[in-house]
Design a binder for this molecule. Structure first.
Ligand code: 0A1
Ligand code: ZN
Length: 862
């Protein structure tokens, strides 16, 4: 932590424009680990070669390491020094072997970066800069090396020893120890290094690749979890086949291993041939995992697997290029998941996620371009902008090129940059070359932050419709002036009377500030369907009436646009009620009735379409967010919908009861509509609602139904609430992942006392900040519960700040990730804003604050 303390006083800013090629290459590295949780010895032998004609010494990054020995070409070195934790070794020739030895203590590593212990398993997390906590090395993604790894460990405690690449040899040592050697033939940056040692068992399988090679697959977990790994293994096989079919990408090693650990800062990590996962993205059975969990597991398994090409075979030149691998890989995992079930529902979920996390980021103090220009701590840049907006940018290029040219362009990219550390520019250049398009102006998506806004006004005159499109990009920190973007907008007109499409869908590339489109020979009043499929990640404002939106929600032939029309109608209604206190709910009720009773629609889609926009999304539409007024308006609409459509909700509820759990798109859709219907029945205030929920809770044969019922009860006042919460706790007290749901459900509750409940839960014996999932389940969930977090007393802010200050001492990365909700103070009234600022100031002034939290908190104050 010593480095972190210094950093808070003098934050060192890293700038993209300062990139320089490395002074030294490291084509080969041999690592020898003598593993022990209390004291692990790490010996590293680096073959280094000078890059170009210069006299600069070899500088190896180190963080908290003390060299026990430094040798050059087999001889104890003399002139080395330490500079801010880094090892500086003067070298005379063009090529040398540099050997170092250090000792580290994985069991004391609470930051979960580098080599650490999780539930008795030793594992690593090196992205972005964790390798320097294991050994001295040029810790930057453009230094690619071939790795040989040898591990020795106590055989009883660590019977399984895994690393990247292929297993080469293993044997017995002295004193109950054993060893294993792994070689990875593919040069890789050190952030992809991994090793795991533990008492693990595997669910094994094999996959025959397109060229006929058999790959051994293993999902490694602790023995009691073995029965929960089938879904992940199946998802892995599907991913491997999909990447061959859709991108022509074949797996390249003889083994592919995944290990699940309980303590992990992010979701999972794509280490070459040895992915390490947060156990929540591996373990599933019907009793403990929801449909949401099952889907997330498939997506994350696919994501990490796809990185083998988009990330590992082609990596990033520097961390400013992070979206090169992350944006593209998210686009790939989204397309994979869309192909497994309903593409429309998947798109709706992805856009909902983008609006919930990326749009607020782009509108706040931490806004940054998809390719940032500077950072203090790179871990803070694993953001929704890099991942999700980055994926939208790739999707737009896919839309502009069309699927065939897009595939030719990715073929070119994979072929040209295989084995290298590339840039976002390299990717775009391949798109241009193979796609035969000019993307000069499109590149602004990489440089300009902020969510573009488009206004679309349709006016009729004399049988002609005139569509005026205007775009603007809001100012963001450090970028006050913006240039127009290229916005691919899919649009179509429908006849208001006949409901018929007036012509085909068009793809309009809006490039100017303003542009006008004229539609001739119209025989009836047109209704505009725009940004179909969410073809551009923008905010669209139109002059459509409530009647137009209701019409589209019933007749549009693009399911996303249909969903969107309903959301817009709901949003307009809610924003109007917040402003005026009015309750004109008739149009929404009728639109929901139509959707709910449309026999042509599948249930998964209906369930998405009839859910109201979240409190925070409603807040995002307002100049000053009023959390209490939003909550009241939303609850009033829920109550009216629940009451007016009582029979329809009951019918949807009864009609979706299953005899037995099944994991299929249809069964998932049924469970989803069931829990949405239950929520509306409860919102109507129906007397029997708590009992209905409780019966569902006790009778459920799966976690989706059980947790859905628990959430409904947790929002209410019935005595059955306590009964269900304690039954849930008792049943799952030894299952960490399910306990997270218990904490999260209470933190998300819409009850008045949620703040107090959450503060009490922080003192619950099962709560700990040491486990990131648990910390997120309470603090992360609470701080997105708009009304509870923004309680006028300011208690919510104080509580979260207290927790983050405590968490920062243990795990800076996780603390910093949870900080952004406190930074949204400009969006709230003066009193709330001042209270939020005061907490940010308190965080910044905390002695010993990490640079992770410092960067987030100090930027949030600007
Ligand atoms: N590359 C991983 C996510 C990841 C990022 C950073 C980490 O530590 C700072 C860990 C994992 C992915 O995209 O899945
Ligand atoms: Zn990724």
């Amino acid at each position: 932590m010593a480095d972190a303390q210094i950093a808070t006083q003098v934050p060192h800013v890293i700038r993209r424009e300062d990139y320089r090629a490395p002074d030294w290459w490291v084509p080969e590295i041999a690592l020898d680990f003598d593993l022990d949780p209390a004291a692990t010895r790490v010996r590293a032998a680096l073959s280094v070669t000078r890059n170009g004609d210069h006299a600069r010494p070899l500088v190896l990054d180190g963080d908290g390491l003390t060299p026990l020995s430094v040798k050059v070409d087999g001889v104890e070195a003399q002139g080395w020094s330490l500079n801010g934790g880094n090892l500086v070794v003067p070298l005379g020739g063009g090529a040398h072997v540099v050997e170092t030895e250090v000792e580290i203590a994985p069991e004391r590593n609470t930051q979960l970066e580098g080599l650490y212990a999780s539930g008795g398993i030793l594992c690593t997390q090196c992205e972005a800069e964790g390798f320097r906590r294991i050994t001295f090395f040029p810790d930057r993604p453009d230094v690619l090396s071939r790795y040989k790894v040898r591990m020795t460990a106590d055989k009883a405690r660590f019977p399984v020893l895994l690393a990247n690449g292929d297993p080469i040899a293993q044997g017995e040592g002295e004193g109950g120890r054993h060893w294993a050697e792994w070689h990875d033939p593919f040069p890789k940056p050190c952030y992809l290094f991994a090793l795991v040692a533990g008492d693990l068992v595997a669910n094994t399988g094999s996959f025959r690749t397109m060229s006929g090679r058999d790959v051994q697959l293993g999902i490694w977990v602790r023995q009691p979890d073995l029965a929960k790994t089938d879904h992940a293994l199946a998802a892995l096989k599907l991913s491997m086949a999909w990447d061959e079919k859709v991108y022509g990408r074949e797996y390249d090693l003889d083994v592919f291993n995944i290990v699940a650990v309980d303590d992990f800062n992010f979701g999972a990590m794509e280490n070459k041939g040895l992915n390490v996962f947060n156990s929540r993205y591996i373990l599933a059975d019907p009793d403990t995992a929801t449909d949401y969990d099952y889907d997330a597991i498939a997506t994350v398994v696919a994501h990490e697997y796809f990185h083998n090409w988009s990330g590992n075979r082609i990596t990033c030149r520097d961390w400013f290029q992070l979206s090169l691998k992350e944006g593209f890989t998210v686009f790939r995992d989204q397309s994979f998941s869309a192909d497994q079930g309903s593409a429309a529902v998947k798109r709706i979920e992805d856009v909902r996620g983008l609006r919930a996390s990326q749009f607020p980021e782009d509108a706040g103090p931490l806004a940054h371009p998809v390719r940032p220009d500077e950072y203090i701590e790179i871990s803070n840049f694993y953001t929704a902008t890099i991942y999700n907006k980055g994926a939208e940018v790739i999707r737009m290029m896919h839309t502009i090129l069309g699927p065939t040219k897009f595939r030719e362009a990715t073929d070119l990219y994979f072929e040209r940059f295989d084995g290298t550390a590339a840039t976002c520019e390299d990717f775009v250049a391949c798109m241009e070359e193979a796609g035969g398009v000019d993307l000069e102006q499109f590149r602004r998506w990489y440089t300009q932050a902020g969510t573009p806004r488009v206004s679309a006004d349709l006016a009729m005159d004399n049988g002609k419709a005139r569509l005026t499109l205007r775009q603007s990009v809001p100012a963001t920190p450090g970028q006050s002036v913006k240039e127009p973007m290229v916005l691919p907008l899919k649009l179509k007109l429908f006849g208001a009377e006949t409901g018929r499409a007036m012509g085909d869908e068009q793809l309009v590339l809006l490039k100017e500030d303003t542009s006008e489109l004229v539609f001739e020979n119209l025989t009836e009043q047109p209704v505009l369907s725009i940004n179909r499929g969410f073809s551009a990640p923008v905010v669209v404002e139109t002059n459509r009436t409530a009647a137009d939106l209701a019409f589209l929600s019933a007749h549009d032939d693009d399911p996303f646009a249909r969903y969107e029309a309903m959301q817009q109608l709901m949003l307009d209604t809610l924003v109007a009620s917040v402003a005026s206190g009015g309750t004109d709910h008739g149009a929404v009720i009728e639109a929901v009735r139509n959707t709910l009773t449309d026999p042509a629609l599948d249930r998964a889609f209906i369930a998405e379409a009839v859910v109201l926009p979240s409190d925070s999304f409603i807040g995002d539409q307002m100049a000053v967010v009023d959390p209490d007024a939003i909550f009241r308006a939303r609850e009033a609409l829920r109550r009216d919908l629940g009451t007016a459509l009582g029979d329809q909700w009951r019918a949807a509820y009864e009609g979706s009861i299953a005899n037995r759990f099944e994991y299929s798109p249809a069964a998932k859709g049924a469970r989803r509509i069931r829990s949405v219907a239950l929520g509306y029945i409860a919102a109507s205030g129906a007397q029997d609602a708590p009992q209905l929920a409780f019966d569902q809770f006790t009778g459920a044969d799966n976690m989706t139904d059980r947790q859905g019922a628990l959430s409904t009860l947790a929002n209410g006042q019935s005595p059955l609430r306590e009964q269900a919460l304690s039954a849930f706790y008792d049943r799952y007290r030894s299952n960490g992942l399910v306990l997270d749901k218990w904490f999260q459900t209470q933190a998300l509750s819409s009850r008045d006392d949620t703040g107090e409940v959450v503060r009490a839960l922080a003192a619950h014996p099962a709560f700990t900040l040491a486990n990131p999932n648990r910390a997120r389940s309470l603090i992360g969930a609470f701080s997105v519960n708009q009304r509870a977090f923004h309680h006028a007393s300011g208690e919510g802010y104080r509580f979260v700040a207290d927790q983050l200050i405590a968490l920062d001492k243990l795990n800076p990365q996780t603390a910093a990730k949870l900080l952004p909700p406190l930074g949204r103070w400009k969006r709230f009234d003066a009193r709330r804003g001042a209270a939020m600022r005061a907490e940010l100031e308190r965080i910044v002034a905390t002695p010993g604050l990490s640079k992770d939290s410092f960067e987030q908190a100090s930027k949030s104050l600007d």
